[in-house]
Design a protein around this ligand. Sequence first.
Ligand code: THU
Length: 135
Amino acid sequence: MTKEALCELAIAAREQAYAPYSGYTVGAALLAADGHVYTGCNIENAAFTPTVCAERTAIFKAVSEGERKFTMMAVAGGKAGQPGEAFPPCGVCRQVLAEFCPPDFPILLAETGGRYTTYTLAEILPLAFTPKHVD
Ligand code: THU
């Protein structure tokens, strides 16, 4: 699985988003160590706070299927029906990633048109609170 292909899967996952309130559709594609890809989209709710982000949908799908080792994640988002520009994971999703992924875990911010920028988890979540702090 190339980085470009994972980005395309994240962009495609935007189409499943349920985002009637914000109008922002987000897709994520999470590559597991065994080669399996788990996709996710944002799923909003009339009560607002139960809304879940695309990244957490993908991670929770994977972990609930028995996966705990991940290689990289691609994220794509933007206004529904419009091309996406870099759409970085929210703080809650960064924290959930830090539970399962190492500091050098690559996060690809996919843009429509094939471009992407890569950040490590440590770059976007420095001084992370991780399982080792509650050993
Ligand atoms: N959203 C995500 O899916 N991922 C993020 O990391 C940031 C925000 C969603 C939540 C909400 O449905 C919409 O984008 C606008 O905040």
